[in-house]
Design a protein around this ligand. Structure first.
Ligand code: ATP
Ligand code: MG
Length: 392
């Protein structure tokens, strides 16, 4: 029944002279998303709107699912497009549309006609009124409600006539590739995939770094992170994932540093290494899944201590979110089930019983000075032996 989709966007509409760049980026992302769908589509930009028109048969569910993952789209409206064969024909088609789309006719409605083509013989209010009458005539149980209708029936008179009333919520955000690149510190937990998703939703391309510690962490734990990256990539596009073997640096810190400082020092080294890869790939920021107070390493003092080793800004999109808020997003985007698989990531194995919750930067720096020279070599080796894969 629906041969085309009207794809509405919101924020990119306010970008002034750059608007076309955002629109073109959105068109590209839509084309990409639809290329993996069963069916052929033409994606067109037409006076501030984007249409995806099927060239033949296609899988409706699959198409809507793919479109729902495109950042920048706020609403997906399946369209019936008809030729203009006079008003009588339009009335007939509108009645047929209502009949097919709504099994239960016990509903209120409003007709919202718009004429992009001013030479149409009726004015918009006339079209509203006459189509309303035709609908009431065909389905006496339906009622008009102009303020809060169950069905808002849009009829757009253009070269063709568009009829639509269904609006499926899109992913929102900005089209991928319109905002530069950032490096996500991706663990196997719940928070970092959500953090990555949130930043990607603003149009940022993601790269990711994962630290593992074989044999203390398993192959399954690593696979879990690859799977998470794949889930996020369904929205963000391909993610280059750097897998860093962190075993030797971690063992060395474990051996040499006061145990209550382990987590902070380990995290500071993770940040340094992630930043190294970030700079190499021209990322403009680091992203983590930290949230104030969640664990000892996420107090404001601890966050300051980890920040202190980075030049690049560190963005923490879930900083002020409760765990449950983060879980809600992870369920919505489809990462939750993978995140709760019980494979340990490296931090959980080398944790101290009583970590400092208010680390003093000068004390941490002093502990680090003692290991700095040997760590240089270990960090260098960790960087050299990185395993890089592209997840899509
Ligand atoms: P998450 O659910 O994202 O794992 P968490 O609540 O378990 O977070 P931590 O383990 O303290 O918190 O990690 C805080 C952040 O540090 C993570 O959100 C992630 O960005 C980063 N991080 C932690 N462990 C790793 C790792 N092994 N590899 C890469 N990044 C990591
Ligand atoms: Mg974690």
């Amino acid at each position: 029944m629906f041969k085309a989709f009207l794809l509405k966007y919101a924020e990119i509409g306010v970008k002034g002279k750059n608007r076309y760049k955002f629109e073109d980026a959105l068109v590209r992302q839509i084309e990409k998303a639809l290329s993996s769908v069963d069916g052929d589509f033409e994606v067109t930009k037409f006076t501030g709107r984007i249409y995806a028109t099927a060239k033949g048969d296609y899988d409706y569910e699959e198409t809507v699912d793919a479109l729902k993952k495109v950042f920048g789209i706020v609403a997906i409206c399946p369209l019936v497009q008809i030729e203009d064969n006079g008003f009588e024909d339009l009335s007939k088609q509108v009645v047929e549309y209502i009949d097919k789309t709504y099994k239960d006719k016990n509903k209120t409605f409003k007709v919202n006609a718009r004429r992009a083509r001013k030479n149409y013989p009726k004015s918009s209010p006339e079209i509203n009124e006459d189509l309303g009458e035709a609908i009431l005539g065909a389905f006496p149980e339906m009622k008009v409600d102009v303020h809060n209708p169950d069905i808002l029936l849009n009829v757009e008179i253009r070269e063709m006539i568009n009829i639509y009333s269904i609006s499926i919520k899109g992913a929102g955000g900005m089209p991928t590739g319109t905002a530069g690149k950032a490096m996500l510190l991706l663990s196997g937990g719940i928070d970092s995939p959500v953090a990555g998703y949130m930043v990607a939703r603003r149009g940022v391309v993601l790269e990711a770094t994962y630290f593992h510690a074989p044999p203390y962490t398993s192959e399954r734990a690593k696979q879990k992170v690859v799977d998470l990256a794949r889930e996020v990539a369904k929205y963000s596009g391909p993610i280059k994932l750097n897998i860093v073997n962190f075993t030797d640096p971690q063992l060395y810190i474990y051996e040499k540093c006061p145990h209550e400082e382990l987590t902070i020092i380990m995290r500071r080294y993770m940040m340094r290494i992630a930043e190294h890869f970030a700079k190499k790939s021209k990322c403009l920021a680091l992203i983590t899944g930290e949230s104030v107070g969640q664990v000892a390493s996420q107090t404001m003092e601890s966050l300051n201590a980890t920040n202190a080793v980075c030049d690049l800004p560190v963005y923490r999109p879930v900083i002020a979110f409760d765990k449950q808020d983060i879980i809600d997003i992870s369920e919505k985007i489809g990462t939750y089930e993978t995140s709760i698989q019980p494979y340990e990531d490296c931090c959980t194995i080398f944790v101290a019983k009583h970590p400092v919750t208010k680390p003093r930067l000068d004390i941490i720096e002093k502990s680090e000075q003692k290991i700095a020279q040997d760590m240089e070599e270990l960090v260098k080796k960790a960087i050299e032996t990185v395993e890089t894969i592209v997840v899509e």
